[in-house]
Every structure is written in C-alpha cells, then in structure tokens.
Ligand binder design. Structure first.
Ligand code: ADP
Length: 354
C-alpha cells in the first residue's frame, strides 16, 4: 500500500511496497509518487491530480486499473492499482493498493505454451493414425518415378531415334512431376507436425482449407467420398495460426469421414461464410450416422469417444484452439442427415489491395 497526499507526495510506503519497488520508506516519503511510474505517466501525474481536484471526475478512484509501475532499478512491471480516497484531520489523502501482476502474466504465457504443446501432441497423434495411409500415398508417386526412369533407361539402351528421344523426354518430365508431388506430401506433413511458436497472422482461408483437405483426405480415395468445397469469396482473410487451424480442419474432416464409412451416401461439404460480428464461419458437414446420443453432451471433453481405437482428444483440442483464437465451435444435426460442425475465426476484412 502507498498513501499520498493531495499534491501527490508520498506519506507512507508499506513493507510490501518496499519489496516491490526496491526503495525503503525513508527514501520515498515526501517524494512525488510519480517516481514510481514510467514516462509519460511520470510527467503527467501531477496534472491527473489537478484535474481531479478541479473537476471531481473520477478516472481511477474506486475503479481500479492495470497500469505499469517502475522499479528503482529502472525496469517496469505490470500492476493492478486500486485507489481509494479518505479524509484525515481535514485533509484529503489517497491510498493506492497495488498488486504485482508479473506472476499472472507469466502464468498466462505458460498457459499459452501449454496450449500449443497440447495442440502439437494432437497433431502428432493424428498423423500416427494416418501413417499407413501416408506411406501408401507416398509410395504411389515413388513407384511412378521408378517406372518412368526405368522406361527411359531401356529406351536409351539402343541407338534411339528422334521419336524415341521424344518419348524419353516425356517420361522424364512425368517422373519429375511425380517427384514434386511426393515432395509436396512430405512438406505438408513436415509443416503439420513441426513444433513452432504459435504465430497468428493474416492467412488466406481458401488456401488453408485446400491444404488441410489434401492432408485429411489421404487414404480415403477407396471409400468413395464425394467432396464439395463451397467458399464465400468475401470470407477469405482470417487472423490465425495456420497450422493450428489446419489441425482443427483435419480433425473435423477425419471425423466426418469416419462417420460416413457405414453410410450409403458419403458427401463431405466444407463451407465458409462471413458472419456479421467480425468473424468468419467454417463448416464441415457430413452425411454420416449423426452424433451418438450418449456422448453428445460431452463431445468436446477430452477422452470422450465412441470409437474402439479412438483417443477422444481431437474435439477437445479443436475447442482449445478455436477458443484461443477468440472463436467458438459447435455442432448440429445436418440438413441432409449426418452432422454439421461449425467454428468461427476472426475476420481480417477485405484485402485493401483488392
Ligand atoms: P476420436 O475421433 O478419437 O473419438 P474426437 O474428440 O475427435 O475423438 O471425437 C469424439 C467423438 O465424437 C467420436 O468418437 C464420435 O463419437 C463423435 N464424433 C465426432 N465427429 C463426428 C461426426 N462428424 N459424426 C458423428 N460423430 C462424431
């Protein structure tokens, strides 16, 4: 606690304040309290007091606020300040109750770290379930590259004429294309499971969706899933951590595919649209069997699953990620049967450059 008089001069300085600011009471009594503040507040504080004396308008008294304080050693730290007013022996004094928020700020940072670690664990486990499909997906272009190269080698073993050389060139072109395709699969995978700092920036939503879709649909070709992507052109810029939102999409799409394996009609629809409140809505809709009623109420809780080999952490991580972005996630029965999952993301608005 720090008590000041009407002019801002310190009257008393508690032992806790001594520890917090690094001064002993004798050094600060009768000094201007502005010495405990960084610029520009340091220079302006006298006028705050004057204003209050002249107008009686309370800007902080009885309200409380998070402000920045300055330690004797010059560093600043966040505090929560509540100011009270009292009359003692006919003169006015102000009492400041101060709480150091450094620790709380550190806790929040730690929470953010934990959240991104959790998200990372989720991605690694998701890729674990995709591993054999991915191996298969990679094998296809690699086999093709082998075939093209072997064909080219055989064609070159005798004196090739111009036509043969043309075929060889084509085969090598095709081999290069297949190698690029394999490289893309590896790059997407590497990005997806990389452990990086959470980084939010303006991202192009359609690109983000297409990439996530490519990863999520790995190995699902044989299930004959019909995929439709309906994108709202005005909902194309969002402020997100790309990898984390792709993780949400991969999760929802994989769940949708799982849900449709027993259905006759297997239609997956991914839709976007702008909401009126500064958010963009993304929806993943399926024609599966719908949500199991027994677990519908706790779907977003961890370890809730209806699958034999399910971990039940996918949707809880999705919720953590979406809420950390300021959005929300929910589900409802689909219009054509099945289920629709929706989530919202902060809209970055239209591109100024058009
Ligand atoms: P997991 O997929 O490992 O079970 P999730 O948290 O992703 O974990 O999903 C939890 C449960 O929610 C699933 O087991 C399933 O019962 C249900 N669920 C999720 N998505 C769908 C969907 N599209 N259709 C029907 N049920 C779903």
């Amino acid at each position: 606690m720090v008590v000041i008089d009407e002019r801002g001069l310190i009257l008393s300085f508690s032992a806790a304040a001594e520890k917090m600011f690094g001064y002993i009471e004798a050094e600060v009594v009768s000094e201007n309290v502005s010495m405990l503040m960084p610029s520009p507040y340091r220079e302006e504080h006298d006028s705050y007091l004057e204003n209050y004396r002249d107008t009686g308008v309370r800007k902080i008294i009885g309200i409380g606020r998070v402000v920045t304080a300055r330690h004797r050693d010059g560093f600043t730290f966040p505090i929560e300040l509540s100011v009270g007013e009292a009359r003692v022996d006919g003169s006015r004094i102000f009492t400041g109750f101060i709480r150091d928020l450094t620790e709380r700020q550190q806790t929040e940072l730690r929470l953010q770290d934990l959240q991104s670690e959790l998200a990372h664990v989720g991605r690694v486990s998701e890729i674990g379930t995709l591993a054999s499909s991915l191996a298969h997906e990679l094998n296809q272009p690699l086999t093709a590259v082998t075939n093209y190269c072997e064909t080219a080698r055989d064609l070159l073993s005798e004196q090739p004429d111009a036509e043969t050389l043309g075929i060889v060139r084509e085969a090598l072109d095709d081999a290069a294309k297949e190698a690029v395709r394999a490289g893309q699969i590896v790059r997407r995978l590497r990005d997806f499971i990389a452990y990086g700092e959470t980084e939010r920036r303006v991202e192009h939503l359609p690109r983000l969706i297409n990439e996530a879709n490519a990863l999520a649909l790995v190995g699902s070709r044989e299930h004959g899933i019909e995929v439709e992507v309906k994108l709202d052109r005005s909902a194309s810029r969002v402020i997100v951590d790309r990898i984390q939102i792709q993780q949400v999409l991969v999760n929802l799409i994989r769940n949708a595919i799982d849900a449709m394996l027993d259905s006759r009609i297997r239609a997956l629809t991914i839709r976007t649209r702008t909401e009126s409140n500064g958010f963009v809505r993304v929806s993943v809709c399926d024609t599966g069997g719908g949500i199991n009623e027994e677990i519908a109420g706790q779907l977003f809780q961890p370890f809730v699953t209806s699958k034999e080999s399910g971990m039940g952490i996918g949707l809880s991580i999705c919720r953590t990620i979406v809420e950390a972005h300021g959005g929300r996630i929910w589900f409802e029965p689909g219009r054509r049967g099945g289920t629709e999952f929706h989530f919202t993301l902060p809209d970055a608005g239209a591109d100024d450059a058009g």
